[in-house]
Design a protein around this ligand. Sequence first.
Ligand SMILES: O=c1ccn([C@@H]2O[C@H](COP(=O)(O)OP(=O)(O)O[C@H]3O[C@H](CO)[C@@H](O)[C@H](O)[C@H]3O)[C@@H](O)[C@H]2O)c(=O)[nH]1
Length: 469
Amino acid sequence: MSSPAADANDLRSPHVALLPSSGAGHITPFLRLAASLLSQNCRVTLITSHPIVTQAESNLISSFLSSFPQVTEKQFHILPLDPASAASSKDPFFLQWESIRRSLHLLSSILSSLSPPLDAMVSDITLISSTITITKPMKIPNYVFFTSSAKMFSLFSYYSVVSESLADSTKISEIKIPGIGAIPRSSIPPLLLVPESLFATMFKSDSDNLRQFDGIIINTFDQLESKTLKALKAGEVAGGLPPLFNVGLIPNDFERKLGFGGEGAEAVSKWLDAQLAKSVVYVSFGSRTALSREQIRELGEGLVKSGYPFVWVMKDKAVDKEDGEKLEGVLGAEMMGEVKEKGIVVKEWVDQVEVLRHNSVGGFVSHCGWNSVVEAAWVGVPVLAWPLHGDQRINGEVVQGSGLGFMGGNWGWSGQVLVKGEEIGRRIKEMMEDEGLRLRAGEIRDEVRKVVGGTGDDGLKQLIQKWRA
Ligand SMILES: O=c1ccn([C@@H]2O[C@H](COP(=O)(O)OP(=O)(O)O[C@H]3O[C@H](CO)[C@@H](O)[C@H](O)[C@H]3O)[C@@H](O)[C@H]2O)c(=O)[nH]1
């Protein structure tokens, strides 16, 4: 029999503050986490950092807040970055992370003004060295939200051991991570091999600080990464880490209500309705990856050569507000004509999950941003992995290892190799014609759905239980 104190704890609504950093790849899983917490009777304060880099992020946040009026939003106005830090990176998202990190000393007044007091804070992985200096003296339990795969987390948590030798190519051709296996040098995010880069500096200091946290949250499924999760939870990868909670975060209705897809998104939806079941290839490289013009044209050629109809979300600039060039200007008139005959190309945001779950979609050409991988698993669509930056090759290995998809080939990092249309077309055909792959993707979806969002989602339950206690 449970005690009255335990029953009271079961009813308590823990108050949790969520602090995402920047980029839709980070905001989206945070908002999904918030929606899951709300459905479990938690109080949520969302801390949004301003100015916001992209229109997509602003729209996601607005749609979320209007769907969940019970959430308290605290706007955090960050300080401009000094030119010396700006010099070490040109990436607008890394620079935003750095600005937030350097402004976080201003966060304590927001945190101390919250009522009721916080039971926990969840910090974006890209901000953790700075948030811990604020929450420690305030005695607020702080949890890391790692927005990529568990396999990428294993590299992150093991990084302090290898960071120095990693910079020297003569010393390391692969990293052997205990309990996980070898990660070849070619899969390591290229910026980690440049120790003075902003990304490597943040990664190192954050990895060193992990042990100061109360827990680690990762959005992943056993069906994708069971061996890795087991090794991490058993402490085989790195000693002394806080407990790990893997939660399956599923797309939420607020994403569908966005209404910022505009005409492009509506056209996609109508066009999809007119296609044969499982006949369409969906192509998207996430929210912040632009291909070179040359590579865009090769991709266009590859799609046409594959013979399958396609939906292609094209990005010509990393930041959507700067992506003003018309499709025809990017593709050229001839290619535009060919592409229009066979498929549909948009530069606007589309609701990716809605597209992926459409019955006519039969394959996904993806850069393997982690949210895209999780979404492909959730809907059971096979993936042709074309990793371009950062964690994406490690995520691609997870895709291949789980049977959800396969790697395109030795296609280099973005900009290193011009992948020819001929080859892209051939690999797309392989994906679309592989019945075994389709069956496996469907099995993954069925297995995931038995657990995630249902009664078996232990990670989320355990986490909330901890906050209630
Ligand atoms: O037109 C679009 C474009 C994107 N999305 C969504 O935007 C998110 C994009 O996230 P992700 O697939 O992870 O790609 P990135 O935007 O590239 O994500 C960044 O953040 C991820 C999580 O840390 C990393 O794994 C990636 O490498 C990094 O580039 C996903 O939910 C997509 O469904 C849409 O809905 N419509």
